[in-house]
Design a protein around this ligand. Structure first.
Ligand SMILES: Cc1cc2nc3c(=O)[nH]c(=O)nc-3n(C[C@H](O)[C@H](O)[C@H](O)COP(=O)(O)OP(=O)(O)OC[C@H]3O[C@@H](n4cnc5c(N)ncnc54)[C@H](O)[C@@H]3O)c2cc1C
Length: 285
C-alpha cells in the first residue's frame, strides 16, 4: 500500500522542530529513523497531515559522559550507541541489548528517541531505561522537563509525552562500582521481537545484593519492573533465584501475543529470570 497525502517539513534544530509541533499540533508527527512510522504510514495505520523530519538535527546526535551521567541524544541511531566507547564504559547493558533489536539495516536507521516515543511493549530499550533508572529529557516550545523512565511508559504505544513535546535526550547514571548489568531475551529466531526479555541491574556488597532493578519487556502492556525487592539483602544463590522467579511470575500482569498465551509468557519469563540471574558474578550455585 501507499501512504496517504502528507506535507513534509524538515527541522534542522530542536527550536524549529518544537515550533513546528506547536504550529501543527496533533496533525503532525515527527519522523526520526522512520523504521516504525513509515511502515505504519504505508499500511495507513498512521495518517499524519504533516511529517516533521528531525533526522538531521545535529544537536540530538551527541553522546557525552560528564560527572557520571551518560547523556545520549534522542537522534542517535542504535548503531551510534553500539559503537560508543562512553556507552560501553557507562552503560554496558545497552551494548548487550542493541544487537537483539531487529536487523542491521534497521539498527542503522532506528533512533533511541523513536524507540522510546513509539513505546512498543516488545521493544528492548524502554526496559533498559527502566533498569538503568534513566531520565528522559523532553522539550516543547514552552520549555524543557525531565521525567523518570518509570513514569514515562504508560501502556501499549502510550507515553507521558504531551502534545507539542519531543524527546531530545536520555540521561543515564553511569554504572557504579559493585554494579553489574545483564540483558537477555528469548525469541523464536534471531531478529524477531522477543517472547520475553529482561534487563537487570544488581548492586552487590560482599556477596549480598544491596540494590536491584529488574525490568521486563514483551510480557505486559509496557516495560515493567518486577521482583526487585525479593533480592535485597540476600546472596545470589539457587534459593534466592527461585524465590525471585516466583515473585516475578506473580507481580507481572502478563499479556499474551499472537503465538504465546498468558501461561506460556509467565513460564518463559520465570525461566528467563533464572537464566539472567545466573549470569551475574558471585553466583553461589
Ligand atoms: C522489521 C522490523 C523489525 C523490528 N524489530 C524491532 C525489535 O526487535 N525491537 C525494537 O525495539 N524495535 C524493532 N523495530 C522498530 C525499530 O526499532 C524502530 O526503529 C523504532 O521503534 C522507532 O525508531 P525510529 O527512529 O525509526 O522512529 P520513527 O519510526 O521515525 O518514529 C516512531 C514514532 O516515534 C515518534 N518519534 C520519533 N522520534 C521522536 C522524538 N525524538 N520525540 C518524540 N517522538 C518521536 C514518531 O513521531 C513516531 O510516532 C523493528 C522495525 C522493523 C521494521
Amino acid at each position: 500500500m501507499k501512504p496517504g497525502l502528507f506535507q513534509y517539513v524538515r527541522a534542522d534544530d530542536v527550536e524549529k522542530a518544537v515550533s513546528l509541533l506547536q504550529e501543527f499540533g496533533d496533525e503532525a508527527q515527527l519522523l526520526a529513523g522512520g523504521q516504525s512510522l513509515v511502515p505504519a504510514m504505508a499500511l495507513r495505520m498512521a495518517l499524519p497531515d504533516v511529517l516533521i523530519d528531525i533526522s538531521s538535527i545535529a544537536e540530538m546526535r551527541s553522546i557525552t559522559l560528564t560527572d557520571d551521567v551518560l547523556r545520549i541524544g534522542a537522534g542517535c541511531r542504535y548503531v551510534d550507541v553500539l559503537r560508543s566507547e562512553d556507552v560501553a564504559r557507562a552503560a554496558p547493558m545497552l551494548v548487550q541489548a542493541i544487537p537483539f533489536i531487529a536487523h542491521e539495516a534497521i539498527r542503522n536507521r532506528g533512533t533511541i528517541g523513536g524507540s522510546l516515543a513509539h513505546a512498543d511493549p516488545a521493544s528492548e530499550l524502554p526496559a533498559c531505561m527502566l533498569a538503568l533508572d534513566a531520565a528522559i529529557v523532553l522539550q516543547s516550545a514552552s520549555g524543557a522537563r525531565t521525567i523518570a523512565a518509570e513514569d514515562f511508559f504508560l501502556g501499549t504505544y502510550s507515553t507521558a509525552l504531551d502534545e507539542g513535546e519531543m524527546i531530545i535526550a536520555v540521561e543515564i547514571p553511569a554504572i557504579a562500582v559493585n554494579q553489574h548489568h545483564r540483558f537477555l531475551e528469548i525469541s523464536r529466531r534471531s531478529g524477531d521481537y522477543a517472547i520475553s526479555g529482561g534487563a537487570f541491574v544488581l548492586e552487590m556488597d560482599a556477596g549480598i545484593i544491596t540494590a536491584a532493578r529488574l525490568a521486563f519487556f514483551a510480557v505486559g502492556d509496557c516495560a515493567v519492573l518486577a521482583g526487585s525487592e525479593a533480592l535485597l539483602g540476600k546472596p545470589l544463590n539457587a534459593e534466592t533465584i527461585d524465590q525471585v522467579a516466583q515473585r516475578v511470575g506473580e507481580e507481572i500482569t502478563f499479556y499474551g501475543d499472537l503465538y504465546n498465551g498468558i501461561g506460556a509468557k509467565r513460564q518463559i519469563t520465570k525461566t528467563l529470570t533464572r537464566r539472567l540471574l545466573a549470569q551475574f558474578p558471585g553466583m553461589e550455585l
